[in-house]
Design a protein. Structure first.
Lengths: 891, 387
């Protein structure tokens, strides 16, 4: 319940109480004012009338007694000796009048001479006879006045009770009657029977003569203390309230002339006011009912109204809380419905405006948040943060809730940075610039400042930002705050540094590659001479070497070729490290390749005394699997593995190459029966130049073969696994993707190639050969090799220009071309030959120390017949020359 | 049971014009209707009265009641007692022991602080065990019997010991040379009358004189006064001492004088009321009457009391009235003193009280030591005589 409805409820209740109670009270008051005087008047009137009636009655009764006594007195007066007759008459008088308690006659001496007492009184006439009543005042008064006199109340010695007595002179004698106050009281009680009215008679001194409670008469209760009674005894009638017998009474006192008594007629005020009291009771009842009804109705109404208000308020609150539209509520009262309708309209307008504002805010927020890499921070004029976008949160590590309204930018700016800047600014402005002013002072003065700052993230890490601070002002020009937009330049700087480092590294790598290439070239050139002449010595038909010479020449050749492989491996490793080792994936027939690698490693097997076996598990040889691979590099991989298996085998060991199809891949495994490797050795298996402790053995190796092997396998989308058991052996497995079988093995096995074994099939070559080579040693070696073809005329040119001139002049049948020439590249020669129609058909064989595969392929692409790398294989060069010249002759 | 509740002057003037009457009615009735029963700040202090206000002893009861009422009027006019208004509850014992106990129980149950009464020794004897049991003080104006002397009980009185008064009377008779005495007592009030007649007889006996006869009668319907008088005369004594009420004494004196006009008659203090001379007439001439009070006192305080009494009740006060007044003053003095302690203890600590006529002194038992006065009726009036 909200306070408003409680207040309303109270108000309603109060109004209901007022409306319910006030009219009833007013009616009651009006009735009271009208009724009470009327009732009092009526009661007074009733009292007065009754008092008059009683007074008349009393007078009448007394008069009756006076007459009766008078009759007797006359009789006594007429006959002084009639005492005996009186003695007889008195009992009769007593018996005929219940109001008399004693009747007697006194003589002139005031002594009782005749008396009558009622039998039931318990007293006797004899006891009364002779009593002296001369002391009685009323007796004396009667004698003096010579007429009837009524006494006040007194205790009678004759009747033995309190009484009032009548004295009537009878000559010298006197007739006396004593009234029974008990009977008198009974009679006045009868007068007021069945009504609350009380009639009391008092004598001249105020003693009660008759009273509804006869005891009050017999006890001589005196009422002269009541002013009303005193006034009546003094002769004035009147009405008043008086407390009698402990009861508040409305009384009327009336003198009873001529005896001087008074009649007091009273009604209890309660009885007089009974109608008013009843009215009051009824009013109180109505009032109570009205109040209860009012409270109930008020409560109901206020609750109902309160509920309506509560519903209204709750509806508004709910809608306000949810930000939605007001529900369609129904109210029992038109005003509430109208209010609700108006509220709904207002809410609808508010909601629309709210949505517009929200959209605008969202747009702004989206803009701010979109700048996740840009910190947007706004502050008030004192520097307290008011906006803290997502970029700022990411950049600084504070949540918006923590920063907005709580922090100033001092929280994240590096204090040392601020202090240093503050000193500079203080000097510039000629006054101390500290705190946030260090950040804002320039923007405050010139509106804008951009500079780099060092800030600290919440976790303490530092970053460099480029911060643009703008002073924000109201249209009136008052400073509203500052807007800071910061970009993290740490990464940019790092990237820049990395870029420099990368370029430096690239340059270094390039230099290394160039160095390696150069070194390769430079090493190959002398090796070409060494190996070339060694081959010539071995196979010189003119001077065949002796057995020992042959052996030495073969040693020279082995060492030389090992050096060549080493150079090739180092070059490959360098390419791998620089990411420039490329493979050409194509479907490869495994059958011939496996045979070829077996042949290529047969010498190693023999040298290390191990047996070699090739096992193709997949089929009977009719269909061999094909893999997607670079054939040259796959051969290199397998040769390397087989070579290692032979090298690191035990004497009389075995090497087995197995080929097995496994679903969509082919597994080629090389298993040896060598020493095996421990798990610790396996961990370092692929580390370049790490020979796993075998570098101190006699076994030759570089420690980079497996590195290259694994890399080549990965380049061919395969993977290399190793399983090794110490003292049992090692199995390297190469898994490569399988390609659908389409071609029969037989179709490719017999494919023609420049195999050394075929050279003898050709007729000895003849023709002109131009060798463009600037190195004299190489030129001599070529001359020595081609001396084995006596019909081949060799012409050597040491420059591009001289080479082209020679070609144009002699038009050779074959050109052997070195690529590194003093006056130009070998490719220039190719371009020139291609450009010259006369020379265009001359086959060119490149003879170069540059063994770079890319170079080889590039030049093969340009149509060179063959690319022979130095050091030259004598048989190979002879075979190529023979082939080229034969083709030339045939063509 | 008739209850006369003394109003405390709250009455409205009888001659008040009708308009003011109506206004007063309007106001008070309105107040009563709206506020319910009026609540008084001070609860009234209730005082009980137990006495014979009807029958033959009515002169004692009414006199004592009237005297007490004047005292209450005085206190009320002075603002109440101990700051509280007074309310008097009156009960008539009708000279009946059972009724007396019943009525006194009613008074006790109504919460009275103390009770004035009873007015005869017989009634006092009847209620004494109840008083002791309840522990609520009783101050009797008139019960002077020996039996109540020398006891530590809640019974107090402002009347002196009956026996000593009777001895004083006997001494006076002996002083007149009378030797033969006959005593006549009302057996309806035996405690007092036997105290009185016994003391007289004792005194006569002590002086070597003789008590001819000790007669008794019972003041009740059916009593033949003439016969009682005849028995007295038949005793042939020189004097008769009557212990009876004023009314009975008056009739007896008259009847005795009719039979033997010169017989010396002495009446107990009981009969010494204001009405006695009028009741007895000339037969009372020369009758010796012991008085509990000094009829001829002329102190301003007494005369003022007499005037007020006369005005209030239409007749002069007698000793019952005086003692009723003094009894209430004793109770009031105790209430004032009892502010810090119990009323009973306060009453016991009262050793002296300035009565209307004389200074009353009390012993440690609360018994009063007050003088009595000897009078003779001459020309229808009491005159003082010396022993």
């Amino acid at each position: 319940m909200i306070w408003a409805s409680r207040s309303l409820r109270t108000r309603l209740r109060r109004q209901f109480l007022l409306l319910g109670v006030a009219p009833v009270l007013a009616v009651f008051a009006a009735s009271w004012a009208l009724l009470v005087p009327l009732l009092v008047q009526q009661a007074e009137s009733r009292n007065r009338e009754l008092a008059l009636a009683v007074s008349d009655q009393v007078r009448l009764q007394l008069e009756v007694r006076v007459r009766a006594a008078g009759v007797l007195a006359e009789a006594l007066s007429a006959d002084p000796r009639a005492v005996e007759a009186a003695q007889r008459a008195l009992p009769a008088m007593l018996a005929g009048d219940r109001f008399l308690q004693a009747a007697f006659v006194i003589d002139a001496d005031s002594r009782v001479v005749a008396a009558a007492l009622p039998p039931q009184s318990g007293r006797f006439a004899e006891d009364a006879t002779g009593l002296d009543l001369s002391g009685r005042a009323y007796v004396g008064e009667s004698r003096r006045r010579g007429g009837p006199v009524w006494s006040d109340t007194f205790l009678s010695t004759v009747g033995g009770e309190v009484t009032v007595a009548l004295a009537v002179p009878a000559g010298q004698r006197m007739v006396l009657l004593e009234l029974s106050l008990a009977e008198l009281s009974k009679s006045v009680t009868d007068l007021a029977q069945a009504s609350p009215v009380q009639v009391v008679i008092v004598d001249r001194s105020g003693h009660v003569v008759a009273h509804p409670d006869k005891g009050q008469a017999l006890q001589q209760v005196n009422l002269s203390n009541l002013p009303l009674v005193r006034a009546a005894l003094a002769g004035t009638a009147g009405s008043a309230r008086a407390v009698q017998d402990g009861v508040d009474q409305l009384s009327h006192a009336l003198p009873v002339a001529p005896i001087g008594w008074a009649v007091i007629v009273s009604q209890p005020v309660a009885a007089v006011m009974a109608p008013v009291v009843r009215l009051g009771g009824a009013v109180l009842g109505i009032l109570a009912a009205a109040v209860l009804l009012a409270i109930f109705v008020g409560w109901r109404l206020s609750r109902h109204t309160g509920n309506e208000v509560s519903r209204l308020a709750d509806g508004v609150q709910e809608a306000a809380g949810e930000g939605g539209a007001l529900p369609d509520l129904r109210f029992s009262n038109a005003e509430f419905t109208a209010v609700w309708t108006r509220l709904r309209d207002l809410f609808e307008q508010l909601r629309e405006r709210g949505e517009q504002t929200l959209t605008a805010q969202q747009d702004l927020q989206a803009v701010l948040d979109a700048a996740t890499q840009v910190a947007v921070i706004a502050t008030d004029a004192e520097g307290r943060v008011t906006v803290f976008n997502i970029g700022a949160q990411r950049m600084l590590g504070y949540r918006a809730g923590e920063a907005v309204g709580q922090l100033t930018p001092l929280a994240w700016h590096d204090p040392a940075d601020l202090a240093a800047r503050g000193q500079v600014l203080s000097r510039q402005h000629g006054q101390a610039v500290t705190g946030v002013e260090v950040l804002f002072v320039e923007a405050r003065h010139s509106g804008y400042e951009v500079r780099d700052w060092r800030v600290l993230r919440r976790d303490g890490s530092a970053l460099e930002v480029s911060l643009a601070i703008t002073a924000m002002r109201t249209p009136a020009g008052d400073l509203k705050g500052f807007l800071g937009v910061a970009v993290d330049v740490t990464e940019r700087r790092r990237v820049a540094e990395l870029e420099v480092a990368r370029k430096t590294a690239e340059l270094a790598n390039q230099a290394k590659s160039e160095f390696l290439s150069q070194m390769s070239h430079e090493l190959r050139t002398p090796l070409n001479a060494v190996l070339g002449y060694a081959q010539l010595l071995e196979s010189d038909p003119a001077q065949p070497p002796s057995a020992s010479q042959l052996q030495r020449v073969q040693h020279i050749q082995r060492a030389g070729w090992h050096l060549v492989r080493l150079i090739d491996d180092v070059l490959d490793l360098a390419r791998i490290e620089s990411g420039r080792l490329a493979v050409t994936i194509e479907p490869v027939e495994l059958g011939p390749l496996l045979v070829q690698v077996g042949e290529m490693t047969a010498a190693d097997m023999r040298q290390h005394g191990v047996t070699y076996a090739l096992e193709v598990e997949d089929g009977d040889g009719r269909v061999q699997p094909r893999v997607a691979a670079d054939p040259t590099r796959l051969a290199q991989v397998l040769v390397n593995l087989l070579s290692n298996a032979a090298k690191y085998n035990r004497p009389l060991g075995s090497v087995r190459l197995t080929c097995r199809s496994e679903g969509r891949s082919v597994r080629l495994s090389v298993t040896d029966s060598g020493r095996g490797m421990t798990p610790a050795q396996l961990e370092h298996l692929y580390e370049p130049f790490n020979r796993l402790g075998r570098d101190r053995t006699a076994i030759a190796g570089t420690g980079i073969g497996l590195v290259i092997t694994r890399h080549l396998v990965m380049l061919m989308h395969g993977h290399l696994e190793v399983q090794s058991v110490p003292d049992v052996g090692t199995t390297f497995s190469v898994t490569l993707p399988r390609v659908a079988d389409a071609v029969a093995v037989a179709d490719t096995v017999d494919a023609p190639g420049p195999a050394a074994g075929r050279t003898p099939l050709l007729a000895p070559a003849q023709g002109r050969v131009l060798y463009i080579e600037d190195n004299e040693v190489n030129a001599q070696l070529m001359r020595a090799i081609l001396r084995q073809r006596p019909d081949v005329e060799l012409q050597v040119a040491d420059q591009v220009s001289s080479g082209l001139a020679a070609a144009r002049s002699t038009r050779p049948d074959l050109i052997l071309l070195d690529l590194h020439l003093p006056d130009g590249d070998g490719e220039v020669v190719l371009d020139a030959l291609h450009a010259d129609p006369q020379l265009r058909g001359i086959p060119v064989v490149v003879v170069s120390a540059d063994a770079t595969r890319a170079q080889v392929e590039a030049l093969l692409q340009r149509g060179v017949l063959a690319y022979l790398t130095k050091p030259l294989n004598v048989n190979e060069i002879l075979g190529v020359v023979d082939q080229a010249l034969a083709n030339q002759t045939a063509g | 049971v008739p209850i006369f509740k003394l109003d405390s002057g709250e009455t409205i003037a009888g001659r008040a014009p009708a308009r003011s009457t109506r206004r007063a009615l309007l106001l008070s009735a309105g107040a009563a209707a709206l506020l319910g029963t009026a609540c008084s700040v001070n609860k009234p202090l209730r005082i009980g009265f137990l006495g014979s206000t009807s029958g033959r002893m009515t002169d004692l009861g009414i006199g004592a009641r009237n005297g007490m009422q004047l005292a209450v009027d005085e206190l009320t006019a002075a603002g109440g007692l101990a700051g509280r208004p007074l309310e008097v509850l009156i009960r008539d014992d009708e000279q009946n022991g059972d009724l007396a106990r019943q009525r006194l129980t009613e008074l006790f149950d109504a919460g009275v602080e103390f009770v004035i009464g009873p007015v005869t020794s017989t009634m006092a004897a009847a209620v004494l065990p109840l008083v002791v049991q309840r522990g609520i003080p009783l101050i009797s104006p008139l019960a002077g019997a020996n039996e109540f002397s020398g006891r530590v009980d809640p019974f107090f009185r402002v009347v002196s010991d009956t026996a000593s008064s009777a001895r004083q009377q006997a001494a006076a008779l002996l002083g007149r040379g009378l030797k033969r005495v006959v005593t006549l007592g009302d057996a309806k009030n035996p405690v007092f009358t036997r105290n009185w007649t016994g003391a007289v007889a004792e005194r006569f006996g002590a002086s070597g004189s003789s008590v001819v006869q000790a007669l008794e009668f019972e003041a009740a319907p059916g009593l033949r006064f003439v016969e009682v008088a005849q028995r007295v005369v038949a005793a042939r004594a020189e004097c008769v001492v009557i212990a009876a009420s004023a009314a009975d004494s008056a009739v007896l004196v008259q009847q005795i004088r009719l039979l033997q006009p010169n017989l010396m008659i002495a009446l107990s203090a009981w009969a010494g009321t204001e009405e006695l001379p009028a009741l007895g007439g000339r037969a009372l001439e020369g009758v010796l009457v012991t008085q509990f009070f000094d009829r001829f006192n002329a102190t301003p305080r007494w005369l003022d009391f007499v005037a007020r009494y006369q005005q209030r009740f239409g007749s002069g006060p007698g000793y019952p009235a005086m003692n009723g007044y003094d009894a209430l003053q004793m109770g009031a003095a105790a209430v004032r003193a009892a502010a810090s302690g119990g009323l009973l203890a306060a009453l016991r600590q009262i050793r002296a009280l300035d009565g209307l006529q004389r200074r009353l002194t009390f012993d440690e038992f609360g018994d009063c030591l007050a003088p009595t006065y000897l009078t003779e009726v001459r020309d229808g009036k009491y005159v003082a005589v010396t022993a």
